[in-house]
Design a protein around this ligand. Structure first.
Ligand code: SAH
Length: 317
């Protein structure tokens, strides 16, 4: 499994295909220690799997030395492992990209204007806004729609799915970053890679980004879109994101880019203590929820705002 010489994006795609497993999400979402304990117990061993040695999922890309962990380490130590320098250099790498398909409609100025609109809507986190400005969204959209890339709207990416609206991408990441560690994020997980846009934004605010997609052609599309950006700290996985990635848990942050009627208990179990999960929840009417893990058996939930996402679905396609 460990192929340190290889680079993004083939890393996680080479893992066992866990997508054929069905999801088990019927339990109540955890709000109290009591229900959390029950969910953990009904988690089909995910809790213990979450503490499996990390060597079982060695990344194909070489992570920053400070991010390479062979054993679980205490939370207090983990926070000090995050490298600001590394994140800054990722940002520089993306910003320095040759802008393919460059045209007046997709120029830097147009992208800056989009970021200003996102800021006007209330996103304050400068690091998130800078990341949004650095990622060329038009490269994640089919050429025919590229002129709309910097409108603050979701757009079709095929297979009845959409690239998320820039505002909501920024808002979710801002909320995830508003943690007790001053915004430091070591390892984060995204459910619903789609075309890979949000993963690229996340790569500029977290040391390691894992992203799962259940539709094979979209997983491939994300690889194709991300490859020219040469982002070394994203690992893509084809599979059912409702199961999370217990092999590499815990995560300091988890973002769901698709809405379920509840947040899968497996994902709550894969949050680190102090970790934050941001997810759309609901059917026709959806709200953005923030769930923070307070202790081993204790999660808090806050409802933030209305939103609209494609549905979270079990299994793979
Ligand atoms: N993150 C994307 C948004 C993609 S739309 C962006 O940057 O714009 C949401 C994606 O979630 C879809 O591609 C959909 O296929 C995927 N999805 C839905 N349920 C899923 C599941 N259980 N596991 C993984 N991906 C899922």
């Amino acid at each position: 499994m460990n192929k340190p010489g290889k680079r993004f994006p083939l890393s996680l795609a080479e893992l066992d295909d866990r997508g054929s497993r069905s999801a088990h999400t019927d339990e109540n979402r955890t709000r109290t220690p009591q229900t959390a304990t029950r969910n953990a117990a009904g988690n089909h061993g995910q809790g213990s799997a979450a503490r499996a040695p990390r060597e079982s999922l060695a990344p194909a890309v070489t992570p920053a030395p400070e991010a390479r962990r062979t054993n679980p380490v205490p939370e207090t130590r983990r926070t000090s492992l995050v490298s600001e320098t590394r994140r800054t250099s990722n940002m520089a790498a993306v910003a320095a990209l040759p802008q393919e398909r460059q045209s007046p409609m997709v120029s830097d100025a147009v992208r800056r204007a989009m970021v200003e609109r996102v800021a006007q809507q209330g996103v304050r986190d400068q690091k998130v806004l800078a990341a949004l400005e650095a990622v060329p969204r038009h490269l994640f959209i089919e050429p025919a729609l590229a002129s709309q890339a910097y409108i603050d709207a979701s757009l079709p990416i095929g297979h009845h799915q959409t690239i998320s609206q820039p505002y909501i991408v920024a808002r979710m990441i801002e909320v995830m970053r508003d943690n007790a560690n001053g915004g430091k994020l070591d390892r984060v997980l995204e459910i619903g890679t789609g075309c890979g846009y949000q993963a690229a934004v996340l790569s500029l605010v977290a040391t390691e980004v894992y992203s799962i997609e259940r539709i094979r052609p979209l997983h491939e599309l994300a690889k194709t879109n991300l490859r020219p950006l040469r982002i070394a700290n994203i690992r893509l996985q084809y599979g059912d994101g409702m199961l999370g990635l217990p092999q590499v848990a815990p995560f300091d942050g988890i973002i769901l880019a698709a809405a379920g009627m509840e947040v899968p208990a497996q994902l709550l179990e894969q949050l680190s203590i102090g970790g934050r999960l941001v997810a759309p929840v609901g059917g026709r009417h959806q709200v953005l929820q923030l769930i923070e893990r307070k202790s081993r058996f204790d999660w808090s939930t806050a409802t933030l705002e209305d939103c609209h996402f494609v549905p979270l679905r079990p299994g793979t396609a």
